[in-house]
Design a protein around this ligand. Structure first.
Ligand code: HEM
Ligand code: ISQ
Length: 154
C-alpha cells in the first residue's frame, strides 16, 4: 500500500506541534545522534572547539530543522506521487556534503533512530505506532535518495 492521507497528516501535524519548540528539539535530536553513535562526534563542525554541545548554535539549529522539514516534505511527496523527489541541486549538494564529512550508510540508521525518538519524546501521549511508521517511511525514502547520490558521488 502507498503512503496514505492519514500517514501524511500524522507527519505534518506532529511537525506543526514540534516546531513550536525548535531550540529544544534541535538540541535533543543532535544529542541523541551523539548518544547513539559517539563516533560521529568528530564529523560535526559544531563541536570543533569543545566537547560540550553548544546550546545556541544557529547552524546546528538550522541543519536539524532542515532534516525534519525535508522528512516532512518527503511524506507529502510520497502521498502525492508515490516517490520522493529531491531537487537535483539540493540532492547533489547534500550528497557531496555527506560524502565529504565521512558519512556512511549505517549512519542513516542512527539518524533515523534519533529522529524517531525526538518525535516520540516531543509528542508524548500522542505518539503511536502509526506515527512511527509514517515518519520512518518518509525518512527511509529520503535517506535512500541521499545515499544513492552519495554512491554516485563517491
Ligand atoms: C549536514 C541533512 C543524514 C551528518 C547536513 C545539512 C543538511 C543535512 C541539510 C546541512 C548542509 C549545509 O547546508 O551545509 C540531512 C538529511 C539526512 C542526513 C536530510 C537524512 C535523511 C545524515 C547522517 C549523518 C549526517 C546519516 C551522519 C551522522 C552530517 C554532517 C553534516 C551534515 C556531519 C555537516 C554539519 C556541519 O558540520 O556543518 N545534513 N542529513 N547527516 N550532516 Fe546530514
Ligand atoms: C545534519 N545531518 C543530519 C542530522 C543533523 C542533526 C543535527 C544537526 C545537523 C544534522
Amino acid at each position: 500500500m502507498g503512503f496514505t492521507d492519514k500517514q501524511e497528516a500524522l507527519v505534518k501535524d506532529s511537525w506543526e506541534a514540534m516546531k513550536q519548540n525548535i531550540p529544544q528539539l534541535s538540541l535533543r535530536f543532535f544529542s541523541l545522534i551523539l548518544e547513539i553513535a559517539p563516533s560521529t562526534k568528530n564529523m560535526f563542525s559544531f563541536l570543533k572547539d569543545s566537547d560540550e554541545i553548544p546550546q545556541n548554535n544557529p547552524k546546528l539549529k538550522a541543519h536539524a530543522v532542515k532534516v525534519f522539514k525535508m522528512t516532512c516534505e518527503s511524506a507529502v511527496q510520497l502521498r502525492e506521487k508515490g516517490e520522493v523527489v529531491v531537487g537535483d541541486t539540493t540532492l547533489k549538494y547534500l550528497g557531496s556534503v555527506h560524502v565529504q564529512k565521512g558519512v556512511i550508510d549505517p549512519h542513516f540508521e542512527v539518524v533515523k533512530e534519533a529522529l524517531l525518538r525526538t518525535v516520540e519524546e516531543s509528542m508524548g501521549e500522542k505518539w503511536s505506532d502509526e506515527m512511527k511508521e509514517a515518519w520512518g517511511e518518509a525518512y527511509d525514502q529520503l535517506a535512500a535518495a541521499i545515499k544513492a547520490e552519495m554512491h554516485a558521488e563517491a
